[in-house]
Design a protein around this ligand. Structure first.
Ligand SMILES: Cc1cc2nc3c(=O)[nH]c(=O)nc-3n(C[C@H](O)[C@H](O)[C@H](O)COP(=O)(O)OP(=O)(O)OC[C@H]3O[C@@H](n4cnc5c(N)ncnc54)[C@H](O)[C@@H]3O)c2cc1C
Length: 204
């Protein structure tokens, strides 16, 4: 076997699995179909529990990419209705996903994992000793275990025989990232608490 653990998908789940495995001395390979860190449709909030979990995992260094601290958020709904949700005392960090996901992969590499970009996992076959994984370029990798962390939209789990999503499990989401100004934020009543490294909060 080339690797103890092969991880399909280099998002937060895949990177966290890789950090956990490689920091325990297991030889670990991450196969990511895109590049290192992707922009994703995401609010970019890292909750108190997620932050604690990352620290316990040995990935405290990821805090270097926290850009602002928020103690609440304002959702602007159709018709200019506002939904204000304050979490004072439980402030959460804001990140840009492209930067956050890339940093987690960097930590995984620093823990000893190998990361291959542009490698979409197409097939996996289990044998008596482990699993053989084939990527979109026809490269083959062998490992004792395969972790599938390819996100909610990917069909690989189903192709491997895991149950698919049921219609009621998923919702649709449309979004955009409109520009915002400090004045507009202040008019809506919430100002992010700037971290020492940044003076603005992403999103609106
Ligand atoms: C509108 C919205 C807002 C959100 N806001 C927040 C928030 O504020 N805070 C928060 O914590 N969460 C938020 N989330 C949820 C968060 O985005 C997800 O929970 C998180 O991205 C899941 O991580 P993951 O690693 O499981 O999957 P993903 O982030 O989807 O990563 C999967 C990775 O696998 C790769 N991949 C896919 N298929 C293959 C393949 N076949 N082979 C190899 N690689 C593959 C992809 O390129 C990707 O990098 C939000 C989600 C949405 C939709």
């Amino acid at each position: 076997m080339e690797y103890d653990v092969i991880v399909a998908g280099g998002g937060p789940a895949g990177a966290a699995a890789a950090i956990a495995a490689s920091s325990r001395g297991l030889s670990t390979l991450v196969l990511e179909k895109a590049g290192r860190g992707r922009d994703k449709f995401c609010g970019g909030g890292v909750t108190v529990l997620a932050r604690r979990y990352l620290a316990e995992l040995g990935a405290r260094e990821v805090e270097e990419v926290f850009e602002a601290w928020c103690e609440g958020h304002v959702l602007v709904l159709p018709g200019e209705r506002l939904l204000v949700d304050a979490v004072r005392g439980l402030s959460y960090a804001m990140v840009r996903r492209r930067v956050f996901d890339a940093k987690l992969l960097e930590i995984a590499e620093a823990s000893g994992a190998r990361v291959v970009e542009g490698a979409r996992v197409e097939r996996a076959e289990a044998g008596p000793e482990g699993v053989t994984v084939v990527d979109s370029r026809g490269e083959r990798y062998t490992g004792r275990y395969l972790v599938v962390a390819t996100g909610a939209g990917d069909k690989l789990p189903e192709r491997l025989g895991f149950p698919g999503w049921r219609a009621g499990d998923l919702g649709h989401c449309w979004g955009s990232e409109p520009p915002t100004t400090p004045r507009a934020r202040s008019r809506r009543g919430v100002e992010p608490t700037a971290s020492p490294r940044s003076s603005s909060c992403s999103g609106s």
